[in-house]
Ligand binder design. Structure first.
Ligand code: SF4
Length: 405
């Protein structure tokens, strides 16, 4: 779809999903349920998968959580949901994997944070146990370093070396270097312990956009592991969306990033699936992948005579998104459909002609009619109170005719 050249990486197989430069950028998400509650967690994983998440991470933090992972997998299988489950381990992963072999098997990938495994020989042992378990069960591992839980002994060692050399680098530069070194050294340890290179994915998450770009560019130039991109603690609402989009777009444009997660703080009780939709929209608007037909709509202005056009744009986008769970199989290629909903004659006809189907609603002072354009040609003019339903019927007919067998 795009002319972006991806950075060459190993290809990592995670069940039916492959992460790497030869495959489309994969979308991931994470649950916020208590994993010990198998019913709630399986339901949320299913909702995320239905929304388009191609892997879903669940926290595995306690024996109660670990004891339910196989049950969550079973429930998902019963619902015909094959999405790979990723286990997020911190502090006690080796113990949970040892005590709950069903959990070790049911997960498709383990996320290990080197900063939270433990220090010294004991930490090395714990890390080795997790890596050997992954190798034994043929599981992929993401070595996920995070600014907020960076290995402090490594950072101190690098700070001391910098001081001994007369401080050629700033403390901030050293911290970023420490993130990268932590990821690369941990990956090398994993390989030395017997985990194949094509089972390893790396991430180095930070919460500042410019730092994330710098760190990933550097990390990407120093290894061939696929990279998981995400701005950690991106925040709530538009701030989280904008910050994530800004950071990830720059990296993706440079071919860096093989799987992404948008870490939004949801509004209380809001759907967790928003992070999946934002991830899809980033990839689709950049021309990297297509997931759902896109609605082009003008922002509206003083020429807009009513809210009809905003409502129509919203309803059509929602309708198209909801249809995709069926249309994806029924009408292959329909995700590339482009629909325009415009507020008046100024830009309405032009944008409508560029779309597959477009409608130019009447603005203030215009004749109350709405010309509809199909494949660039004016096909019909709608009028009266049922314009929205009639336009929807035209869209449905177009999809059937152009994408049906
Ligand atoms: Fe305003 Fe018309 Fe432009 Fe929409 S198309 S923003 S209503 S001038």
């Amino acid at each position: 779809m795009s002319h972006i050249t991806r950075r060459k990486t190993h290809q990592v197989q995670i069940d039916h999903i492959t992460v790497g430069s030869e495959y489309p950028v994969v979308i991931q998400s994470m649950t916020n349920t208590d994993t010990a509650d198998a019913a709630a967690t399986a339901a949320q994983v299913k909702a995320l998968a239905d929304a388009g998440s191609e892997m879903v991470r669940i926290t595995v933090n306690t024996p109660e959580a670990a004891s339910q992972v196989a049950e969550i997998r079973r429930r998902l299988d019963d619902m015909d949901c094959a999405v790979p489950l990723v286990g997020d381990f911190h502090f006690n992963g080796e113990r949970l994997l040892a005590e709950f072999p069903d959990c070790a098997k049911a997960l498709s990938k383990y996320r290990i944070n080197p900063g939270n495994v433990g220090k010294g020989a004991k930490g090395d042992e714990k890390f080795a146990y997790m890596i050997r378990t992954a190798a034994e069960h043929d599981k992929a591992v993401r070595i996920g370093v995070n600014w907020g839980s960076l290995d402090q002994s490594l950072a101190k060692k690098m700070m001391d070396a910098n001081a001994a050399a007369g401080n050629p680098k700033t403390p901030e530069e050293i911290m970023k270097e420490a993130l990268i070194v932590s990821a690369l050294e941990s990956a090398q340890k994993a390989v030395d312990l017997g985990l194949p290179e094509n089972k390893i994915i790396l991430s180095c998450k930070v919460s500042n956009v410019q730092d994330l770009i710098t760190v990933y560019r550097d990390l990407g130039s120093r290894c061939a592991y696929p990279l998981h991109l995400g701005l950690t603690e991106a925040g709530m609402g538009s701030k989280g969306i904008v910050a994530s989009t800004a950071a990830l777009s720059v990296l993706l444009q440079q071919g860096i990033g093989d799987t992404i997660r948008i870490s939004l703080t949801p509004e209380p009780n809001a759907s967790r699936t928003q992070e999946v939709i934002v991830a899809q929209e980033i990839l689709q608007t950049m021309g990297l992948r297509s997931f759902t037909p896109m609605v082009t709509a003008c922002p509206g202005c003083g020429r807009t005579s009513s809210t009809v056009f905003q409502e129509l744009a919203r309803d059509i986008q929602q309708y198209l998104r909801e249809q995709m769970s069926v249309w994806r199989w029924q009408y292959p290629g329909v995700e590339n459909l482009n629909v325009a909903v415009m507020g008046c004659v100024v830009n309405g006809p032009g944008e409508s002609k560029l779309a597959d189907i477009g409608i130019s609603l009447p603005g203030t002072g215009e004749t109350p009619v709405a010309p509809v354009y199909v494949d660039g040609e004016r096909k019909v003019t709608l009028k009266g109170d049922n314009m929205a339903q009639e336009f929807l019927a035209i869209v449905q007919e177009y999809v059937k005719t152009n994408y049906g067998e």
